[in-house]
Design a protein around this ligand. Structure first.
Ligand SMILES: [Zn+2]
Length: 313
């Protein structure tokens, strides 16, 4: 993972590179923003940039032994701490603190990436605080968090905050096209549409690893919707709710799923040369979306949408 693999975050990339060029590398950063927008990927790309053996002006080379080791997760100077059972273990933090005082084994910098740093327990956060007060000269800590407000103020005050925002639609589409094989044109379109704008989800869909795609929940949902069977209507409501949760926010998630349902119904109408229920489905979906935007109860709105669609479609 190097900067040119990253979707969006151009301003953050530039400021990180500029700091390295001016020899003003901060020993502690907080990369904050919504999960799925590429926070950890950016941290890995920065670790590669710091340690690359043939660094270019604005990126790591991606092919030297250091870059290859970081990409495979086997670089001894780049450590990623992740939560286990929802918390970052204090023993892992203590081990990191013991380790960070030694100079890098083979790279220029030791880089510690603390994923989901908002899950540092109180003991672990306090243990880290001492290290952040006096960071070893060749160590960089990158805390990944939803927002800096979720971390102890004493930790935040010792870190440089890098705020990350959702990449634009154009950046996401261009990034997916850049990373996809030439045979994956329809997959890119699907990944772009179903990702909710999140690069990590889009890549999962592109690689066929997304659960909704793997289990073909979309296919199942469309069969339920079009079945005219009340029992399958209930299953359709469940399906939509599971899928909407993948998008995060509930009402916005359901609206995203309804948009995709309409697109699939239009597709079916085109295949069947003017299939008449399509117009009804689209007008019902528009009504449901408008109601959700006005804070209608999501469960009742969905049940009404599916039942009306089965009765009138
Ligand atoms: Zn390199």
């Amino acid at each position: 993972m190097i900067f040119s693999d990253i979707i969006g975050h151009a301003a953050a990339r530039k400021s990180l590179c500029d700091a390295v060029k001016r020899n003003r590398i901060s020993n502690a950063y907080i990369f904050c923003g919504q999960p799925g927008i590429g926070r950890t990927s950016l941290a890995m790309a920065y670790a590669a940039y710091l340690n690359c053996n043939s660094r270019r002006s604005d990126d790591a080379c991606g092919v030297c032994s250091s870059c290859l080791k970081i990409a495979s997760g086997g670089h001894p100077d780049v450590v990623v701490l992740k939560p286990e059972r929802a918390v970052i273990r204090i023993d892992d933090v203590r081990e990191m603190i013991r380790d960070c005082v030694y100079p890098p084994f083979e790279g220029n910098w030791k880089v510690y990436i603390i994923d989901d740093a908002d899950r540092l327990g109180e003991g672990a956060a306090n243990a880290m605080l001492k290290t952040l007060e006096e960071t070893p000269a060749r160590a960089v800590f990158i805390l990944i968090a939803g927002s800096a407000a979720k971390l102890l103020p004493t930790i935040v005050s010792r870190c440089q905050i890098v705020k990350l925002i959702m990449p634009s639609s154009d950046e996401l589409l261009a990034g997916l096209q850049r990373n996809a094989a030439s045979t994956d044109v329809s997959r890119v379109d699907e990944a772009y549409r179903l990702s909710g704008g999140l690069p990590s989800k889009a890549f999962k869909i592109l690689r066929g690893e997304d659960l909704l795609i793997k289990k073909d929940l979309w296919g199942e949902l469309m069969e339920h919707i079009l079945s005219r069977n009340p029992l399958r209507a209930l299953r359709a409501v469940e399906c939509i709710q599971i899928m909407a949760m993948e998008y995060g926010d509930r009402a916005e998630g359901i609206i995203g799923v309804l948009d995709e349902v309409c697109r699939r119904i239009i597709h079916k109408a085109i295949e069947n040369a003017g299939w008449s229920p399509a117009a009804i489905a689209i007008s019902l979906a528009e009504e449901a979306k408008a109601a959700l935007r006005l804070n209608a109860n999501p469960q009742l709105t969905l049940e009404s949408f599916i039942i009306q669609l089965q009765l009138r479609g």
